[in-house]
Design a protein around this ligand. Structure first.
Ligand code: PLP
Length: 460
């Protein structure tokens, strides 16, 4: 329910908005002035004053098909007409079954089941509980420690918040959070030493996991959680070398479950359906959301390996979890339609091609910019990192709220981008994330980069 449209009164309290909450104690600058969106088609969202905005970030890497796609709308109409809701305690539905089948068929090796929920945080919560129940079914009650990485975001519910590595988000809720442990991210621009090869850096960064597991006692460690390409907290940071293969080997050796959070970087965003495909690994548990339903409905999923499923189904027989709206047929129908369009129209090829074009244009435009330290990402998941000094990589003073100024300058120019910033918890420097819909064309990208260049210079 959006109360009193136009005033922003409701959203100012309830909505988290991009790029405004990372420099404590910054006031949020967003919602009171957030324009009411009234329509959307393709790459464009229109506000109540008739102003158009190019959606260059899919909101928060959500709108992978763009807005108003006829095929998805038709699927939603049909599902609403046939069956809008049936509680999973009583029924399964064709839409949920078909989506589950599709997710499993397209998943990395070893994944055998999908558990449908309503979003990313719910998926992370379910993954953590699946990990724990797997351990207890096997009589490994001592496995309780969750290890994650400092530069990460896994959601805002309590388990997901505890897992994420953003201290500022966690600080005031700490008394409510389970104990978790954090190691360094694999973040070449910030952490790789000069003269250190990719292989050596990957080994050093992954080695932190081994050290942490030994420190806690391997038999007490339940799971390691990581985003294959770090999204919101650091800005499209891909791993280096064989980092994730090493991580998988360490997890396997110690019986620690590998949980990959692909809520933001997954479902085609990086040019393959799952980001982990590019790492040549297969997790025990994987979370997806955002691009799964493309924003047409709230939906997320946990993909789980056969061995986790088997341990639970041969043990107590059911997963001790559940939400009223899990497996919602409308959400499943929307996600199915989104995924069918992506496959039918070969949009992942466009993600790779347009991703390369976006990266080239960003490099061309910002490669020598005095205040852009890094251009990075995969597929249509690219970011620039802003620095006060390119040589020292010193960030801007967080008090400047540069990311927020750039966001505002971009909105003034009819461009939606996803900036984050602040010198907090290893997130050193402001960055701007781009995640346009997979239907984006060359001319759109050229326009996006031109407007971004203007917005960056206006914001600096
Ligand atoms: N995990 C990652 C990697 C995310 O980026 C997000 C959201 O940004 C979440 C989990 C939480 O998803 P949601 O906001 O749908 O609860």
């Amino acid at each position: 329910t959006i109360a009193r449209p136009g005033t922003g009164a409701h959203t100012s309290v309830l909505l988290e908005t991009v790029g405004s909450r990372h420099d404590p104690p910054s006031p949020s600058l967003h919602a009171p002035s957030a324009p009411p969106a009234v329509a959307a088609r393709g790459l464009t969202i229109t506000d109540s004053e008739g102003r158009d905005y190019i959606d260059a970030c899919g909101g928060a890497a959500v709108s992978c098909l763009g807005h108003g796609h006829r095929d998805v709308i038709a699927a939603l109409h049909e599902q609403a007409d046939t069956l809008a809701y049936a509680h999973t305690g009583f029924f399964t539905t064709e839409a949920a079954e078909r989506l589950g089948d599709r997710l499993v068929a397209d998943a990395p090796e070893g994944i055998g089941h999908a558990y449908l929920v309503s979003g990313g945080s719910e998926a992370v919560e379910a993954a953590l509980k699946l990990a724990r129940q797997y351990a207890t079914e096997r009589g490994e009650d001592g496995r309780r420690h969750v290890i994650a990485r400092r530069q990460s975001y896994h959601g805002n519910t309590l388990g997901a918040l505890a897992t994420g590595g953003n201290e500022w988000r966690r600080a005031q809720f700490k008394p409510l959070l389970m104990e978790t442990h954090h190691i360094a991210p694999c973040f070449a621009y910030r952490e790789q030493r000069e003269a250190e090869s990719d292989a050596d850096y990957a080994a050093r960064a992954a080695g932190e996991l081994e050290t942490k597991i030994q420190e806690l006692g391997p038999e007490t460690v339940l799971a390691f959680v990581a985003e294959p390409v770090v999204g919101a907290t650091a800005g499209a940071v891909p791993p280096v070398g064989d980092y994730f293969r090493r991580i998988q080997e360490i997890c396997d050796r110690h019986g620690v479950l590998l949980v990959l959070d692909e809520v933001m970087c997954g479902m085609g965003r990086t040019g393959t359906l799952h980001a982990c495909e590019q790492e040549g690994i297969s997790p025990d548990l994987m979370t997806v959301a955002k691009g799964l339903g493309g924003g047409y409905q709230p939906i997320g999923a946990v993909l789980l390996s056969e061995r986790i499923y088997d341990a639970i189904s041969n043990g107590s027989g059911f997963f001790q979890h559940g939400h009223t709206y899990m497996g919602h047929p409308m959400a499943a129908a929307a996600a199915l339609a989104v995924q069918e369009v992506i496959a039918r129209d070969d949009l992942l090829a466009n993600v790779r091609e347009m991703g390369a074009h976006l990266r080239a244009r960003l490099k061309e435009t910002f490669g020598r910019h005095a205040h852009v330290g890094d251009v990075r990402g995969r597929g249509l998941f690219q970011a620039i990192e802003l620095v006060a000094d390119r040589e020292t990589k010193d960030p801007f003073d967080p008090a400047l709220k540069l990311h927020a100024r750039i966001k505002a300058a971009a909105m003034e120019r009819g461009l939606m981008v996803y900036p984050m910033g602040g010198t907090i918890d290893g997130a050193r420097g402001d960055h701007v994330l781009l995640a346009p819909p997979f239907i984006v064309e060359r001319e759109d990208i050229d326009r996006i980069v031109e407007r971004l260049a203007e917005a960056v210079d206006a914001g600096l």
